[in-house]
Each structure stands twice: as C-alpha cells, then as structure tokens.
Design a protein around this ligand. Sequence first.
Ligand code: GLN
Length: 535
Amino acid sequence: MAKTKYIFVTGGVVSSLGKGIISSSVGKLLQARGYNVTIQKFDPYINIDPGTLNPYEHGECYVTVDGMETDLDLGHYERFTGIQTTKANSLTTGRIYKAVIDKERRGDYLGKTIQVVPHITDEIKRNVKLLGQKYHYDFVITEIGGTIGDIESAPFMEAIRQLKWELGKNALNLHLTYVPYLHAAGELKTKPTQHSVKELQSVGIQPDILVLRTEKHLPDQMRKKVAAFCNVDLDCVIQSEDLPSIYEVPVNMQKQGLDTAILRKVGEPIGETPSLGPWRAFLERRNRATEEVKIGIVGKYDLQDAYKSIREALSQAGTYNDHKTVITFINSEHITEENVAEKLAGQDGIMICPGFGQRGIEGKIIAAHYTRTHNIPTFGICLGMQMMVIEFARNVLGYADANSREIDEKTPHNVIDIMEEQKNITNMGGTMRLGAYECVLKQDSRVMNIYKQEYIQERHRHRYEFNNEYLQEFERHGMMCVGRNPESDLVEIVEIPGLKWYIGTQFHPEYQSTVLKPHPLFVDFVKNAIDNKKK
Ligand code: GLN
C-alpha cells in the first residue's frame, strides 16, 4: 500500500463500551484482507505506564515482548490479531510529557516556550506516525482511552484533528457511543450519541464511522436518524449489540460492512470479503462446547479485569478441549486451613494467580498445599509459582519459616529470593525483569512434552526468583526445576511429576495465548482438569 492509513478510535457517552474490542475487531478484519496492521493505545493518565497502578484502577497490567508494562487492551489486540505489540503501541500522557520535558532539558527547543499546542500535540502526532513511517504498517489503529469531553484527553483530540486535516483521506475517525434502552419508556435513545458527536465536532473532529453499542437491536430508522443528525453515511453507522462472547464481534462487524466502509473511506479497493475461516471455526467449536470444566482462580483481586489474560487463556483452552470453562474467583484472603476444602470444593483445577505483596498470600500457600496433597490439577503463575515453592519448602522440606524475601526480609529459609540485579533498584516504574526471555526445557519433562520443543520464549514481570541454593534439595524431594534461563540459570518452571498436573511458571504464559494459537500450557492444564473431573 502506498501510504499508511490511520484510524482513530474514540469513545463517547460512557466509558467501558469496549473500544479495545472494536479496535481489535477492526484490526482483525483488515488483517484478514491481507493488510499489515498494528493497534496502538493512548491512555490519558499521567502515569508513565500502568506498571505502577493497582489492578483495581485499570485491571491487569499487560506485558509486551519487549518488556513494556501496558494497558490490558493490548492483550485484546494480540489475542484477536496474533500480532505482537511493542513499546511503541502503548503511550500515556505521562510518557508524552516526559519526552517533551526531557527534550526541553536537553535544550532541543532552542529557547522556545514549551506549550501543549504545538509541543505536546506534536509529540503525540510523532508517536502516531512513527508506527506508519518506521514500521511501514498499512493501517495504524490508534485507540484513545477515556471519553470525549474529558479534560485530560483534550490534547489527544487536538492531535487527531490536526492529523485528520494533514492526512486527508488517509485518516479517519471511528467514534464509539452508547444507545441506552429506557425500560420504563420501552425505547432506545439516540440523543446521547448526538450530543457526543456534537462534542467531538466542537473540537473540530467529524467522525467518519459511528459504532453504536446497544443492548437491543436498532431498527434501520434509528440508524438513519443518527446518520442524518451526525453527518455520517448510513453504511457507516454500525451497531454493536451485546453478544455472548467478545470473539463474536469481528464477525458481527464484518456482516454489517464495517471493514468495507473503512476501505471505501480511505480509497482502498474493496475486493472479496474474507471468509474468516479459522476464526469462525473457533466460534463454532466454542458454541458447541457446552459441557463445563470448572477452574477456581485463587487470587486477591475481586475484579474480573485484574486477571484478564488468565481468564481469556483459560476460556480459549476450554474451547480447544471442547469444553466451556467456568471460572470461579476464590479470594485467597479468606482461605484458611479450616475452610480450604470447602472453598475449593467442586473445582476441577486450580489456578494460583500472580501478584505482589503480603495480602492474601497465606491463602495461596494453603490452597497449594491442599491441591498438592489432594492431587488436584494446579497451575501457579509467577507469585503463584513462588507460593507453590514456599508451600513445598514448609511442608515437605520441613522449613516451617520458609518464605519469599518479598514477604519476610529476614527469613532464614529464603527459598524465593530477590534477584541480584534487583537489589539496588529504588525506582518502582519499569524496573522489574520484564518482557520475553529464553527458557530451556528439561528433556523428558512434562513441560517439554507439552511444548514439544526444547527452547521457548515467555514474558516476565517479577523481582524475585527461585533460590538456586535449594535446588538440589527440592529435586531430591520431588519438586523438579524443569525450565531454566540459559544465561542466568534462573528457574523458570517447577513441576511435581508424580501428580496429575502440578506446574508453576515464573513467567506469564497467559500473555501469549491468542484465539487462534492458544497457549499449550493452558490447553494441557484444562485437559487435565477435565480428566480429573471425569475420574
Ligand atoms: N511479586 C512477585 C515478584 O516480584 C511475583 C510477581 C508476579 O506475580 N507478577 O517476583
């Protein structure tokens, strides 16, 4: 394609409408037409990245291969398109300002007064165009967090206005709004959409495409009304009804011609509609899979989005095992020796979740103890794996005070220790061991059997590690270290071979599980949970 096309996805009326899902669906549909696509997210908050944010604020922190801590929407982008994102795909107001302030301190601006317009807006524009220019994508989809009218997103809107003006046909705005249904009146209402578009127009942006989120089907009449009020072509007013699964959205968008409307707007030939074969096959398999497999996730964040990628990976793995994964959140803060049997009752498999800090960790250790001694398939990720290790040290090796240095700095049995290179770090942001690292699997181990290869690459986000001084002792007693980083020798995977499925990973496999390429560890874990249920 001669020139990169830019699609700006904005939202109006309310937040949480699923801009990330719409952006991912657009990416998916254009990719299916053979275009080289990337999706980028701008978050208007001041944090440099979401790495320092409590998951209660914005949900899970997603980690890219190149070690950027990002918004969870990047997880959707990857799960839908299978295309890996990088540092360049995730920006915040904080990062934009920091770049500008750093330049100012270096003297790059030659004495000029630094202002929101043009300096901040130019930096935003530079980061949008960078993807097109440096990486030569055909389409760059840029999603702006928040809602039109937010004070903090104003510079982003101004940058979009300018870019649309400069790029002409090569840029368009897709605005996502909400059409509420008033039960008392029995009516759908388009007024909030009209207001939201006016707000967008008041900052000089004319939307090209409107996607209307709605709980009920919108009659054509209503779409016509919206088109007329908002200066948008009728075929560019698309509705996004509630669907049983987010993975249905691309098919639904294609059915209404969202991709063809985009191509027409940017002047690209339309061609044949791709069949989305593998995607549809996934959906069909998913819809056929009604038998349930129950997975309990033991964690401390009672919020769906906090373990987003884990939930999605488990759900995909269910489909690939022709089962429907039913996930139950089990709050580790409330797990005690006395009630653990009751809390975990009925689960076919247990996931012990990642995390930081003290809260809820004894509950995770008790859960790991219970599942190990009752031979229930168990998957521990990052902190979850560390808790499996501590449990084993306490109850099998006999070190009652075994702990992680993160929890008890003075423990004499620091089976989980701080990594050497982390010891002198004082800044919290972006300083963990982040991103993809290589791991070598042990021949004949179960994980090697699952991955079917010796060398793997997985993404990380941690400061603490398995303490290799205890390695032989663990292995003598049956907990094997079956995955190691070839350079640092860091233990990446532990496994108890005699049990049905008891594996802990220091890395986060959930970040790499996509719809068309589910993660082998998740698929195998769920398969074993199903076998466990049958027995
Ligand atoms: N808190 C642990 C560490 O820093 C685990 C981190 C995680 O679960 N992502 O090592």
